[in-house]
Design a protein. Structure first.
Length: 471
């Protein structure tokens, strides 16, 4: 089989741009801080009333303490590692002013450095999307930074006033810079982690469970209890039988499968991806009837949004008669309402023919997807899975995943999915292109001798990281 050039780690250029902006911004501010420190502690007011033998050791201790805490954050805190590295870099720029001072008090500096980093590592708890501690170390870093800058400014201004009886020219800029630097540090050092919920929809046997399990395992998400058991079962079956297809666990009751993962380099965002695993075809049929009813309700109630529509309806008093499984459908409806995005799964096998694993044709569930998008107005991601089962010969002939997506997208259009693919709410793989292939995501469990495998206790999937990057 020809090796397909698949970029599993697509860069988020928007976030890289933001990091560059922050680096430039902090570089400019660090030069200002460096100048303030240099002038303040040489000619400032405190220099005239406090002996240098007291000030210089104190500066060395504060520098060691600050660097030690920053190093501890970089080592232990995944959520603030980039921020810690940026702050540490600019700390070195500022500390260059005090090389002589630190060298004269090297023992105190090293004690503060080693001691603070050791104690911080003992108390810092590793955060995750499921656990975000109120780390006092991060707050202490913020307070030390702002306090040292404010004290240095006050020290400088008092000394200047004492000598010239007026404030220096441009003192307003110093105040602005102080506020800006304080804002950056507050943003850097606080756990204001965004959360988002994304719901996966698909007909029975389209592969929601395996899709969710592989996506979670590939991007190292934190699965819920049910999904965690499924992932372990899948791995055991794959190791024993050599392929995931041997795993057949029929769904008997409605259950939520979900996982949480952290996304972002500079500012982390916690995303919950979930689906409701449900039995039988009835949900697709009833989901169509429910959304047709909601479509009429939306017009009649003049609802501003889908969330507004759901909140206005009292489901205990109003409900379409054709929809029998009320409790299950309400749960799905609530999930769609709470979600910021939707993921629609399409079986590659059903694009050209009836998928033997499924009891529903492509036209039927694509029409339900169109209806859900029309009524909910939610942005969505269109994912074609089981690609290896239908396009194995194509995989071996294309040069990259873009060519593969282009071929599958054209087949989808031919199969009647044009309106869904052309919908303005679809989230594509690439910006600034009208290429139909860029509007869909393709994925499959990687094969070896036509059998999926588990490597290093990970389900090996193709295309899953690309999907995660747009969520």
């Amino acid at each position: 089989m020809k090796s397909v050039n698949v970029n599993l780690d697509v860069y988020n250029y928007k976030e890289i741009f933001i990091i560059v902006i922050y680096v430039i911004f902090l570089l400019i501010l660090s030069l200002w801080v460096k100048d303030i420190f240099r002038v303040s502690w040489k000619v400032g007011f405190l220099r005239s009333i406090v002996d240098s033998t007291t000030i210089l050791p104190l500066i060395a201790i504060i520098a060691g303490l600050y660097l030690g805490l920053s190093i501890a954050v970089i080592i232990r805190d995944d959520f603030k590692r980039v921020q810690g590295a940026i702050i540490l870099f600019f700390s070195f720029i500022i500390i260059l002013n005090f090389v002589a001072t630190i060298s004269q008090n090297l023992v105190l500096f090293l004690i503060a450095l080693v001691g603070s980093s050791y104690l911080a590592l003992q108390h810092l708890k590793k955060p995750s999307c499921g656990y975000r501690p109120d780390n006092k170390i991060l707050k202490l870093l913020t307070y030390i930074t702002l306090a040292y800058i404010v004290v240095s400014l006050i020290n400088f201004y008092i000394g200047w006033l004492d000598k010239f009886s007026e404030l220096p020219v441009g003192y307003q800029y110093d105040l602005i810079y102080t506020v800006l630097l304080g804002s950056v540090f507050y943003k850097f050092m606080n756990y204001e982690v965004e959360s988002a919920s994304i719901f996966v929809l698909g007909p029975p046997r389209v592969g929601k469970t395996v899709f969710l399990a592989t996506l979670c395992d590939t991007i190292e998400g934190e699965p819920g209890a049910i999904l965690s058991k499924i992932i372990n079962d899948l791995k055991e079956v794959a190791k024993k039988e050599g392929y995931l297809g041997a795993w057949i666990e029929p769904t008997r009751v409605l259950a939520e499968l979900y996982f949480i993962f952290g996304k972002g380099i500079l500012f982390r965002k916690c995303i919950k991806i979930s689906t409701l695993d449900y039995p039988g075809r009835y949900l697709i049929d009833e989901l169509r009837e429910l959304f047709l009813w909601l479509k009429e309700k939306k017009i009649r109630l003049n609802a501003k949004s889908f969330e507004d529509l759901v909140s206005q309806i009292d489901f205990s008093k109003e409900w379409p008669k054709q929809v029998v499984h009320k409790d299950d459908m309400i749960k799905i409806l609530r999930k769609i309402s709470e979600s910021s995005k939707l993921i629609f799964l399409v079986s590659a096998v059903s694009i050209k023919r009836q998928d033997p694993d499924m009891m529903i044709k492509l036209d039927d569930y694509i029409s339900v997807y169109k209806l859900i998008v029309e009524v909910s107005e939610k942005p969505f991601v269109l994912v074609v899975n089981k690609v290896d089962k239908e396009y194995n010969n194509v995989i071996s002939s294309v040069n990259n995943i873009d060519e593969l997506a282009q071929i599958i997208a054209k087949d989808l259009v031919s199969a009647g999915a044009t309106r869904l693919i052309d919908d303005k709410r679809i989230i594509g793989r690439k910006l600034f292109t009208n290429n139909v292939g860029s509007k869909i995501f393709v994925c499959w469990v990687k094969e070896k001798d036509s059998k999926p495998v588990v490597i290093n206790d990970k389900i090996v999937g193709v295309g899953y990281r690309v999907i995660a990057n747009v969520l």
